[in-house]
Design a protein. Structure first.
Ligand code: BGC
Length: 761
C-alpha cells in the first residue's frame, strides 16, 4: 500500500491554504519548512511562511502583570529563520502562479516513502498556451541541513522566454495572533542579517543572521542547478540575494531548476568551516542520488514503524501521516527535542513539553530506540538548568524540569497551568524507566537517565511531606489544565510512587556498575530508604462514597459544570471562560486520572477503573488534543472496544481533518504519538513489562486485522492480529518472552507463535 497523502481541492480558501502549509511541511528533526507556495500569494491572503531549525531560539520579554518572586520575565521562542522558499517564474514576462486565471489540475502529494512533497498545476497564458509546472521539495534525513526544491516547467504548446527569479532572504518574521494564548502575541525582529555574500566562483549565496539576545547565529547557503536552456543572469545583492536565470522554452520541452539550501546554526556548527564542508558534501551526489538515499532511509524507517489496519483506508492514511510526522519532528542529536507542533509551525512558540515523554517517546522506544535515547540525553543536557529552576522555586535539593522550554529555561508565563505541573519530572522518569525495560540499555542509565532519576526524586522528597502516616504532595497541577494548583493530584502522586519504587529497585544495579553520579552526587543507601518509605506512604485520594479514585483532594467537592448543555461554540472552554470559573468546577480539559489508569494499569482493579472512567468521561471536554487517545486506550482496558474505536477515530484524524481548527498553526505532535499509543497500547493492549512484553488484543467491528512491529531488547518482532488469531514472529535478534491474554510464550527465529483471538474479554 503506497503511503501518500494527496489533495486536489483547489481553489483554496485562505484557511485551507494555511492548513495545507502545515500538512505539507517537510522536516527532518533538524530543519522544518512549511509547505508555502514558492511564488507567494495574492495580497489579501495571510500565509504563515516559515522555516525553522530545531533548538534555535531567541529570548523574548515576557511581561508579568505583577512581577512576583521567581516568575520568569523572559521566554525562549523558536525562530522563523531564513526564507529560501521563494522562486518566481515568468513566461514571456507574465508571472506564473497557482492563482492565475485558467490554472487547472492542481494537485499536492506528500510521499511518505520517498520523503518528498510535491505540487503541480497546468498554467495557461493570455493567448491560451499551456505549460505544466511542478515543484518537488525534500528536507534530507541523510544530510540534515539540506533542503531542496526542484522545479520543472514543461511546455505543452508555449514558445517563448522563461525567466526564473530565485530569492534568498536571511530573516523572516514570527507569526503572531494576540487573540490565541497558544500563539505568540507580539512580534519582534529576533534575527538581523550580519553578512550577505554572493560567491561568484561557486555561484553560492551565503547569508549569516544573528539573534538579538540568545547570541546564536544561523547561516544559510543557496546554490542552483539549471537545465541547459537557462543561463545565469543578474544577481542582486542587498539584505537579501536574488538570482535570475533566463532562457527560451519550446513546445514539448522541459526546463528545470534545482535550488539547494543548507541551514546551519552556531549551536551545532562552527559556521564557516561547516558551510564549506557541507557544500562539498551536497555536491558529491546528484539530486537523484539524494532522493535515493532519502528513500532508503525511509525504507528502513517503515520496516520498523509499519502500522496498518485492514478495513479503513482513511485511517491508514492518518496512521502513516502520524508516524511520518513523528520522524519529521524528532530532534535526533541530544541538543534538541520534539516541539508541541514539531517543525511544522509556530504554535506554542516551538516549546518542548511533557508531550515528548508521555505521548511520543513510546513510539521511538519501540521502533527507533536510538532516537529515544537522544531524547533522554536532551533532558540530561538541561539538567543543570532544572536544578536552578528548583532553587528558584525554593527547593533545597533536586531538579525541576521546566514545563515549557527550548534550551532548558522555564518559558511558561502562567504558572498555574505551567510551572505548577511538577508531574513533568515523573513523566520524564517514567519514560526513562520504560525505555530501560524495553531496551536494557544500561549505558543510557549510567550516563544520563540514572542521574535524572536521582535529581527528580530528590525534588519529590523536598516538595512532599508527611501528614501523619501519609506522604502528600501539595500545591501543584496535574495534566488537567482546567483544575489548577491542588493538593494530591492523583496522577502525580501515583507517578511519583512509581518513579521512587523503580529508582530503589534499580539502585543496586547502578551501584554494581559503579555509576559515577552515585559518588558525585553523594547518593546513599539511607536516601533509598527514604524514597521507599515515601513511596509506600504515598497518599492516593479515593472517595468511599463514590467508590472512585479522586482526581485530587478537592475535585469531587466542586459543583459539576454541565458540559453537555453548553453550546458548541463555547469550546474550547479556555477561550471563553475565566480560568477561575473553570477551576471552581468539576470539568477537565483532558485525561488526568484516566491517564494514570493507562500508565499504571497494574495498580487498579477493573471495577474501580470502570466506575472511574464513567465518572471522569462525563466531565472531560477533550479540549486538549492529548485526551481522546488516552480515553480510547482505557476504554479498551475496560473492554469497551467500540467506544475505544470512537475516541481513536476522532484522535487519529485531528490534523488531517483539522477538527480542532488550529492545525494551520502546526500539527498536534503529541496526538500523533497518541495515535500510535491508541493502536499499539490500546487495541493491541501492549505493555512494556520488566522482562517481557504483554499483549491483550481487541479489534473493533470495523477492522479485519491490524499489524505492527516493535523492537524489544534489541529484537524486531512482527505482530499481526486478526479475528481468528494473533501471530508473532521474530525478524532479528534473540528470543523474546511475550504474554498474550496472560498466556506466556516465547517468540524466536525458530518459533513463531500463533494463538487464537479471543472474541469476548
Ligand atoms: C495541553 C498540555 C500540553 C500542551 C502542549 C495543552 O493544551 O493541555 O497538556 O502539554 O497543550 O501540547
Amino acid at each position: 500500500m503506497s503511503k501518500q497523502m494527496i489533495k486536489k481541492d483547489f481553489p483554496l480558501t485562505n484557511e485551507e491554504l494555511r492548513l495545507q502549509e502545515t500538512l505539507f511541511h517537510t522536516a527532518n528533526g533538524y530543519i522544518g519548512v512549511r509547505g508555502n507556495f514558492e511564488e507567494g500569494y495574492p495580497m489579501d491572503y495571510i500565509s504563515s511562511r516559515g522555516q525553522y531549525i530545531n533548538g534555535v531560539y531567541d529570548v523574548a520579554e515576557m511581561k508579568q502583570a505583577e512581577q512576583l518572586y521567581g516568575f520568569p520575565n523572559k521566554k525562549e521562542v523558536i525562530l522563523n529563520v531564513a526564507d529560501t522558499q521563494s522562486v518566481h517564474l515568468y513566461l514571456d514576462g507574465e508571472e506564473v502562479t497557482a492563482f492565475s486565471q485558467g490554472v487547472r489540475e492542481m494537485c499536492r502529494v506528500l510521499d511518505m516513502e520517498k520523503g518528498t512533497a510535491s505540487r503541480q498545476f497546468i498554467w495557461k497564458n493570455e493567448q491560451g498556451k499551456e505549460v505544466t509546472v511542478s515543484y518537488r521539495r525534500m528536507t534530507s534525513f541523510v544530510l540534515l541541513p539540506l533542503f531542496t526544491i526542484e522545479i520543472k516547467i514543461t511546455s505543452h504548446d508555449f514558445e517563448g522566454t522563461l525567466s526564473i527569479v530565485s530569492e534568498h532572504h536571511g530573516t523572516a518574521h514570527n507569526f503572531v495572533n494576540p487573540d490565541d494564548p497558544r500563539m505568540a502575541a507580539e512580534t519582534e525582529d529576533y534575527l538581523s542579517v550580519a553578512e550577505t555574500i554572493y560567491e561568484e566562483e561557486q555561484a553560492v549565496s551565503k547569508i549569516t543572521a544573528v539573534t538579538k539576545t540568545s547570541n546564536l547565529a544561523v547561516q544559510t547557503l543557496v546554490f542552483h542547478e539549471a537545465s541547459p536552456q537557462l543561463e545565469l543572469g543578474a544577481v542582486e545583492e542587498s539584505e537579501s540575494i536574488s538570482v535570475v536565470y533566463d532562457g527560451q522554452i519550446k513546445s514539448g520541452e522541459t526546463a528545470s531548476i534545482i535550488k539547494y539550501s543548507l541551514f546551519i546554526d552556531s549551536r551545532r556548527y562552527e559556521l564557516e568551516k561547516a558551510g564549506a564542508d557541507l557544500l562539498a558534501k551536497v555536491r558529491e551526489k546528484t539530486l537523484m542520488e539524494w532522493y535515493r538515499v532519502q528513500e532508503e532511509y525511509l525504507q528502513k524507517f517503515w520496516q520498523r514503524a509499519e502500522l496498518s489496519v485492514g478495513g479503513d483506508p482513511l485511517l491508514n492514511e492518518s496512521l502513516n501521516y502520524s508516524l511520518y510526522s513523528l520522524i519529521q519532528s524528532a530532534g535526533k542529536d541530544g541538543i534538541s527535542n520534539i516541539a508541541a507542533k514539531g517543525l511544522s509551525g509556530e504554535g506554542y512558540e516551538g516549546h518542548y513539553f511533557w508531550d515528548t515523554e508521555i505521548y511520543m517517546m513510546p513510539f521511538f522506544t519501540l521502533t527507533y530506540p536510538e532516537i529515544a535515547s537522544k531524547l533522554i540525553e536532551f533532558r540530561y543536557m538541561i539538567l543543570d538548568k532544572a536544578r536552578e529552576n528548583a532553587r528558584t522555586l525554593g527547593h533545597k535539593q533536586g531538579a525541576l524540569f521546566p514545563w515549557r522550554t527550548i534550551s532548558g529555561t522555564e518559558s511558561s508565563g502562567y504558572y498555574p497551568s505551567g510551572t505548577a505541573q511538577y508531574h513533568i519530572n515523573s513523566d520524564i522518569a517514567y519514560s526513562i524507566i520504560q525505555y530501560y525495560h524495553a531496551t536494557g540499555d544500561i549505558d543510557c542509565l549510567l550516563n544520563y537517565g540514572g542521574e535524572i532519576l536521582i535529581e527528580t526524586s530528590r525534588l519529590w522528597l523536598d516538595v512532599g511531606h508527611y501528614e501523619g502516616t501519609r506522604f502528600v504532595l501539595n500545591c501543584m497541577t496535574g495534566p488537567d489544565e482546567y483544575t489548577c494548583v491542588v493538593n494530591n493530584n492523583y496522577y502525580t502522586n501515583q507517578s511519583v510512587q512509581y518513579q521512587l519504587r523503580w529508582l530503589v529497585k534499580l539502585y543496586p544495579l547502578l551501584k554494581e556498575k559503579n555509576a559515577l553520579f552515585i559518588e558525585q552526587l553523594g547518593v546513599t543507601d539511607e536516601e533509598m530508604t527514604a524514597y521507599q518509605a515515601a513511596a509506600d506512604a504515598m497518599y492516593l485520594p479515593y472517595s468511599d462514597e463514590l467508590q472512585i479514585h479522586a482526581q485530587d483532594d478537592s475535585f469531587l467537592e466542586k459543583p459539576i459544570l454541565p458540559i453537555e448543555e453548553l453550546p458548541k461554540e463555547k469550546f474550547p472552554l479556555l477561550l471563553h471562560y475565566h480560568p477561575l470559573y473553570l477551576y471552581r468546577h468539576q470539568v477537565c480539559k483532558q485525561a488526568d486520572l484516566v491517564l494514570a489508569y493507562f500508565l499504571h494499569d497494574q495498580a487498579f482493579d477493573e471495577e474501580a477503573l470502570k466506575r472511574g472512567y464513567a465518572y471522569y468521561e462525563k466531565r472531560t471536554t477533550h479540549d486538549s488534543s492529548l485526551s481522546s487517545c488516552i480515553f480510547s486506550i482505557v476504554a479498551n482496558q475496560i473492554g469497551e472496544v467500540e467506544k475505544a474505536y470512537h475516541y481513536f477515530d476522532e484522535s487519529s484524524k485531528i490534523d488531517i481533518t483539522n477538527s480542532h481548527h488550529n492545525t494551520q498553526d502546526g500539527i498536534h505532535a503529541a496526538n500523533m504519538g497518541g495515535t500510535y499509543l491508541g493502536l499499539v497500547f490500546g487495541f493491541a493492549g501492549l505493555r512494556i513489562r520488566e522482562d517481557f512484553l504483554e499483549l491483550t488484543p481487541r479489534l473493533p467491528e470495523k477492522w479485519s486485522n491490524c499489524h505492527f512491529s516493535v523492537m524489544y531488547q534489541g529484537s524486531l518482532l512482527h505482530i499481526t492480529i486478526d479475528k481468528e488469531r494473533i501471530c508473532l514472529s521474530l525478524e532479528e535478534g534473540a528470543a523474546v518472552d511475550v504474554t498474550v491474554y496472560g498466556q506466556q510464550g516465547i517468540v524466536s527465529s525458530e518459533n513463531e507463535w500463533e494463538i487464537p483471538y479471543r472474541k469476548e474479554q
